[in-house]
Structure formats: structure tokens, C-alpha cells
Ligand binder design. Structure first.
Ligand code: ZN
Length: 410
């Protein structure tokens, strides 16, 4: 059973902080196979010749405790660290686990990702604090532990009695892989599987890869795992449940991809696509793809963006004037600007926060009316409080807070 996605995400985020005071759990779900829940999950496999760590989580303090747990079970060296991909929550604390004999393995694109993060450090910190509600800001560092071994498609190695297969596929990132220990029917999936609607079309991040994502999930499904450790969230330890969950996510991603492609060929505008594309009922109800992290709207926008340019087809928007200039022009022939403010308050009272935002922008951009900015901050806060999607909720919350701060320091 999947825990309520939003609560689960919140508790994982809190774990980043709680790990400073609380003990971690290193859960053995099958002999020699472990995972430590957190943000994100850390996989640990014991072999007769050493330890393999899969992903290293975001918080070094949390990682220290996991390392201690490993050391309470074995004296054998950590021989390998595998990154399922280069996102911070999977690589940030690698140095905690890295010993003299440790080899770090990752897909070749992880190297480019690390370089990109370094040149965009200030930007990444800013969007990271928005998406994760400031909860990861002080644990992220940008001096990455680069991989010693990189691979292009697949990489396989043997350690002790176990074989590890690392299989690349694009998905949430272009540097993604899953780790399969075939004889044991165990898969560490990284973020190919996160117990939420897949994170396609994140509003703050670069494009993701819906088609390759479901193709990779098909590869995971064909291996018929009995245990699946996701990048985030609880372990799946029932073969049938794993198949059902994978099936739902595969269908969902395929559906989004095929629908967007169909509509693009038909010439449907993005705005109309968002209106017309509805998930089939069985997918909408699936507990494995509830819209707590990704969601259908993000996915349609993300897939559309991947396959198109920025022009939306409206000639007004090819070389648009600045929002400020347009708003001033409109306001110049509206004698009673107070009426706009009053209408916005009315909409707020009716819970029509989005429409109120559209109207209030006329005053925010076109006048010096400070009450308009205060109202906009309130509306944005309301949207945060009423949204069940982790990313949208945090975007609204963080921006509302910034508007208040900017206004009070004027
Ligand atoms: Zn992750």
C-alpha cells in the first residue's frame, strides 16, 4: 500500500532535518539486501567481498548514521557506490561512504550534470529552495564526488557471489539507470519509480524523457522483480503489486506521450491540449500515480516543450511588449481602478484565486498600488494552502513569502 504521497514527501523532507537527532533505519528486506529510507533512499547490498551502496542521499548527517549502521553489520570495505542518477538527493553525501577501496560508478552524463550544476550554482540553489521549501538548502554542496567508472549503455560487475547489472535509460534525467541483481530478483530503481505521478514537466527544471522512461520501466517489468526499492518511498516486496504498479506508470507515461504527439500533429494548441487530455479513469484512480509530485498538467506541458519551440502560435506573443507596458496601457483607459481591486476581493471571497490573480496583475504591473501586491501575496498563499501537489504548493508558498518580504522592505 502506498502511503499518502504528499504526507510521505513531507515526512521525507523532514527527515533531512530529523536525521540530525533521530536514528536511521537500515531495513534488511532479504538476506544481504537493505535500504535506508530518507531523501532519497540509500540501497546497501552485502557480498562476501564487500559492500555495494546504491545512491547516497542528500543529508551527510543522515548518511553518517547509515554508514554507522553498515559498520555495525560488517567490517568488509565499501567496494562500490552506484549513482542511479546525478540529482542531489542521490549523490550529495557520497564522500561519507567513500573509502580508499571504493569505486564510484555512474552513467557518463552524470559528469556533464555535475559541471552544469557547478556553473549554475546560484540558480540551482534558488530553484531548489523554492521546490523543497528551503528544507534542503543548507545541506547541498557543489563539490561533487565524480564517478571513477562511467558507462554508455550498461555496466555489469561481479562482487563476491553476486552480479550487479546497471542499465541506463533516460527518464527523470538523461543520466539515469536502475540496478538489477538478477539472481536475487531485486531491483533498485532510482527515480524511475517514485510512488507518485512521474515527475515529467517539472515547472522549474529542464525537460524530462517520458517515452524512454516507460521503455525503461518495461525493462524493469520484464525482469519480474520480487523486490523493488524506489528512489523515494517505501519498498515494494510483492511481485504482483510491483507488476501492477509498473503497468500503471508505463500506461500513464505512454498515454501522455501518445496524446501530446497526436495533438501536436493535429495542430491543437497547448492551451486546448490541457483542456482536452484526460487520464483514463483507471489511471486517474491508480494509487501509484497520484499527482502529489508530478501531475498530468506538468506532464503535458513538459512533453509539449520537449518537442516544440517557445512560440505558442499567437502572433501577439512572438515579440511581446513587457507586461508592465501593456498593463499601464490598459489601465490608462480604465477610470475606476479601484473596481479591479474590489472585483479581486470578491473573487477571493468566492475561492476563485486563479482568476483573481489574472486581474490583480493589471494593478501589480501597471500601477504603484501597494494593496494590489498585498492581495496578490494573499491569493498566492491561498493557492499554496489549497494545493495537494508538493511542487506547486511550495512554489506558491515560497513566492508568497517573497512578495511579503519585498513589500515590507519597500
Ligand atoms: Zn530523487
Amino acid at each position: 500500500m502506498v502511503r499518502n504521497g504528499l504526507n510521505m514527501l513531507d515526512s521525507q523532507m523532514n527527515q533531512v532535518f530529523e536525521s540530525r537527532t533521530n536514528d536511521v533505519q537500515l531495513i534488511e528486506f532479504k538476506q544481504d539486501f537493505f535500504y535506508a529510507p530518507g531523501f532519497g533512499n540509500v540501497g546497501v547490498v552485502l557480498t562476501t567481498e564487500g559492500v555495494v551502496v546504491i545512491d547516497t542521499c542528500i543529508s551527510p548527517e543522515h548518511a553518517q548514521k547509515i554508514y554507522k549502521e553498515i559498520r555495525s553489520r560488517t567490517d568488509l570495505p565499501i567496494r562500490y557506490i552506484i549513482y542511479t542518477h546525478g540529482h542531489m538527493d542521490h549523490v550529495n553525501s557520497a564522500e561519507v561512504f567513500k573509502e580508499n577501496e571504493t569505486t564510484v560508478i555512474a552513467h557518463e552524463n552524470v559528469v556533464d550534470r555535475f559541471k552544469k550544476y557547478q556553473i549554475l550554482k546560484a540558480h540551482r540553489q534558488r530553484i531548489g529552495s523554492v521546490q523543497f521549501d528551503n528544507k534542503t538548502t543548507d545541506v547541498k554542496k557543489y563539490d561533487f564526488t565524480y564517478p571513477d567508472i562511467t558507462f554508455h549503455t550498461d555496466y555489469e560487475f561481479k562482487l563476491g557471489e553476486k552480479t550487479f547489472q546497471i542499465v541506463h535509460g533516460k527518464g527523470e534525467t538523461d543520466d539515469h539507470c536502475f540496478v538489477s541483481i538478477p539472481g536475487e530478483k531485486v531491483i533498485y530503481s532510482g527515480d524511475f519509480f517514485i510512488s507518485s505521478f512521474p515527475n515529467i514537466g517539472n515547472p522549474l527544471k529542464e525537460v524530462r524523457f517520458e517515452r524512454e522512461w516507460f521503455e525503461s520501466l518495461e525493462k524493469i517489468r520484464a525482469r519480474q522483480p520480487e523486490f523493488l526499492v524506489p528512489g523515494h518511498g517505501d519498498l515494494f516486496d510483492n511481485k504482483d503489486t510491483i507488476q501492477t504498479a509498473l503497468q500503471d506508470i508505463i500506461e500513464c507515461l505512454r498515454f501522455v506521450h501518445d496524446e501530446v504527439i497526436y495533438h501536436m500533429n493535429k495542430g491543437t494548441s497547448l492551451e486546448d491540449m490541457l483542456d482536452q487530455i484526460k487520464l483514463p479513469e483507471h489511471l486517474e484512480k491508480s494509487e501509484y500515480i497520484q499527482p502529489h509530485y508530478g501531475c498530468l498538467m506538468f506532464a503535458i506541458k513538459g512533453t509539449h516543450r520537449r518537442y516544440s519551440g517557445w512560440f505558442d502560435g499567437n502572433p501577439t506573443n512572438l515579440q511581446p511588449a513587457k507586461q508592465k507596458v501593456v498593463a499601464k496601457e490598459i489601465l490608462s483607459f480604465i477610470p475606476n481602478q479601484n473596481a479591479i481591486l474590489e472585483k479581486c476581493k470578491q473573487l477571493r471571497a468566492n475561492g476563485e484565486y486563479q482568476m483573481a490573480l489574472h486581474l490583480i496583475d493589471l494593478l501589480v504591473f501597471g500601477s504603484e498600488e501597494s494593496e494590489a501586491l498585498v492581495l496578490k501575496a494573499e491569493l498566492t498563499k491561498k493557492l499554496s494552502e489549497t494545493n495537494e501537489n508538493f511542487i506547486m504548493r511550495n512554489i506558491y508558498k515560497q513566492i508568497a513569502q517573497r512578495m511579503v518580504t519585498e513589500n515590507t522592505h519597500k
